[in-house]
Design a protein around this ligand. Structure first.
Ligand code: T4K
Length: 371
């Protein structure tokens, strides 16, 4: 049987049926109904965040967070705003910036955790910079203290793309409490899913009104439209799946951790294989298992390993290749040099990792790699 990079975690079907029965009875299917509200408050407790707005997906959540924080307008006032971000991410992060008419300015990453290098941010700040949008890549939490110190000194907003960091903590604090806002993705391929879905966590209550309204056409009241919004609401059926999956998070993370630990055991210390080391201050969700292949030392390249696994029906993924600033739609407008991100994107492979991945399958994958 084929093994893919991930496999959606699902609740017991009867649990879901129980959860959706009231929706069939009430016929309230969407527009922030009772299931949405229950899911929202459960998530706020789980993530330990004071404010949260739910969305149809993570991408629109990020796009609308940028708009809700007024970055689009601020950029327009400056005759074109700039946002410092990472090129080592899923293309959604950059598109969310560009679709707000802001220019992404790419900052290089650190080799240790593939997150934005905070020591390289300040050199990129200009009088047009309005924000920093870092990504907690693979669930590795960025250096939030350094980033927020820079933002404070230069009066910049910080929005974290936390698509990979659901439920994690940093020194015991929920990851959604850092910066001005944090986006989470609940896509089917994520640690926690609602099929499609996402959220923005934030601390400043003032962002709540625009965030809640932007995702519902900017509707403030029955006869009042306050902003040019869109439609990015999470419906009741997805909220119901979220409620069911949230109950299963401990089992889901335990399953992932068992597979993750086995990979670590089998692949640590192998010449030419670089694994990112876990930090004691982070409570991880084990969302991805990434391996950097140093061809000189290992003898095979990332692409060789990818192809060998594929021959055995194992589908690892090159998250994230190409680096975003190597894509046609960005390479001509963004000229910053990011050699580390470029190199990492050419040599990194994310191996299959999901709740139900058996340790014997991890062994088979490692055997192929080590062979
Ligand atoms: N920022 C970051 C850093 C992100 O990584 C993402 C999303 C976003 C923002 C945007 O959040 P969302 O708007 O998506 O909420 C996937 C996902 O579509 C995407 O959500 C994710 N990042 C990205 C890293 O990966 P693909 O094109 O690689 O997915 P796909 O369809 O090839 O699926 C991969 C494997 O997952 C399949 O081989 C099998 C398994 N799978 C897939 C689906 C669709 C399942 O088990 N169930 C499923 O329903 O993009």
């Amino acid at each position: 049987m084929a093994i893919y990079v991930t496999r959606s975690s699902m609740p017991d079907i009867n649990d879901y049926i129980e959860e959706i029965k009231p929706i069939f009875e009430s016929r309230i299917l969407t527009n922030m109904g009772p299931v949405y509200k229950r899911f929202q408050s459960q998530l706020m407790a789980y993530l330990d965040v004071p404010e949260l707005s739910l969305f149809a997906n993570g991408h629109l959540a990020l796009e609308m967070a940028i708009q809700a924080l007024g970055l689009k307008e601020r950029g327009e006032q400056l005759g074109g705003g700039e946002v410092i971000t990472t090129p080592f991410t899923f293309v959604s992060t950059t598109h969310a910036i560009a679709r707000n008419n802001l220019k992404p300015v790419f900052c290089d990453i650190r080799r240790s955790d593939y997150c934005i290098d905070p020591d390289k941010i300040e050199a990129l700040i200009t009088d047009k910079t309005v924000a920093i949008i870092p990504v907690h890549v693979y669930g590795n939490i960025c250096d939030v203290n350094k980033i927020e110190n820079i933002a404070e000194r230069h009066n910049l907003k910080v929005i974290y793309d936390g698509a990979h960091a659901f439920g994690e903590t940093y020194n015991g604090v929920g990851v959604g409490n850092f910066g001005d806002a944090t986006m989470f993705s609940f896509h089917a391929t994520k640690v926690f899913n609602t099929v499609e879905g996402g959220a923005v966590a934030f601390r400043d209550k003032r962002y709540g009104v625009p965030l809640h309204e932007l995702k519902n056409f900017g509707i403030h009241g029955p006869e009042t439209i306050t902003a040019i919004g869109g439609n990015a609401k999470m419906d009741e059926f997805r909220a119901a799946l979220g409620i069911c999956n949230l109950k299963r998070m401990d089992a889901c993370i335990a399953g992932r951790k068992a597979a993750y630990d086995r990979y670590m055991q089998r692949l640590s210390g192998v010449d030419g294989i670089v694994l990112s080391q876990q930090k004691p201050e982070i409570d991880y969700n084990y969302s991805y298992f990434a391996v950097y292949f140093d061809k000189e030392k290992f003898g095979k390249s990332r692409d060789d390993v990818f192809a060998m696994l594929k021959e055995e029906n194992i589908y690892a993924r090159k998250y994230f290749y190409p680096a975003i600033n190597d894509l046609k739609c960005y390479r001509d407008i963004c000229t910053e040099q990011t050699p580390v991100a470029h190199d990492v994107s050419l040599n990194i492979l994310t191996l299959p990792l999901y709740e139900e991945l058996d340790v014997s399958d991890v062994d088979r994958i490692c055997d192929i790699i080590l062979r």
